[in-house]
Design a protein around this ligand. Sequence first.
Ligand code: IPE
Ligand code: IPE
Ligand code: MG
Length: 257
Amino acid sequence: MAKVLILLKTAKMSFLDQIDTIKLPQHIAIIMDGNGRWAKQKGKLRVFGHQNGVKAVREALEGCVKANIKFLTLYAFSAENWNRPKLEVMALMELLVTSLKKEIKTFQENGVRLNVIGDITKLPSNAQRKLQETIEATKENTHCTLTLALSYSSRQEIVDAARNLAQQVKDGKLHADEINDELFAANLYTQNLPDPDLLIRTSGELRISNFLLWQIAYSELCFLDKMWPEFTKEDLFKSIVDYQQRERRFGKTSEQL
Ligand code: IPE
Ligand code: IPE
Ligand code: MG
């Protein structure tokens, strides 16, 4: 009996129960950082950290499904990450392919639709193929949209949008003075996604590293000291609770809200 009570008590302590379901963030974005340092602390190679990072991806995704978060965007590989040692880059690309193969089941069971942002033409062809296959196989899923940022640079995304708009002006399809916030956003890779309400970065680093610069204009930022492989559903739930305690004023005063 006592054991049952203790179990009930521990189960009750989940931050999931503290989440206000009316004030849910619609979109959570995560900079998954600290794989290499986590592995190093354990005396292992950086790749070991990346392998363990996949578990944390599952935690984040299942956490979002449980908490009814509609959009999750994960920074998995930046355009700048191509400059890492060749072996590490190759291992990351391999890991992407094997993880997609394995996680398709998780996606289907949880109603997760896969989406990608970034210059994926730079990815090895087997990775591109697996991504396209998984996107196609999950396109009818509606519970949560998982966007992977791969070979992604926010500055490049903004440059691409500017080029696109400039071309339309040049072709006489658009007047320069018609370009506004909304039209600009519609030309970004994230055109079908709402802006993130909450941005989480693990590993204690306090920077954005070229991620969603336009889209996070009014996002709430949450920096965690934990390294990415240690990230759990509870960390996600706690971050949501933390987010819900903030006052998002969007330039207004408290009294106006
Ligand atoms: C994040 O962990 C994963 C990628 C950037 C691909 P890191 O590999 O950046 O790990 P640290 O920051 O060096 O510890
Ligand atoms: C940002 O992490 C990119 C990803 C998480 C994929 P980095 O580890 O590459 O960022 P910096 O170099 O520390 O800013
Ligand atoms: Mg890092």
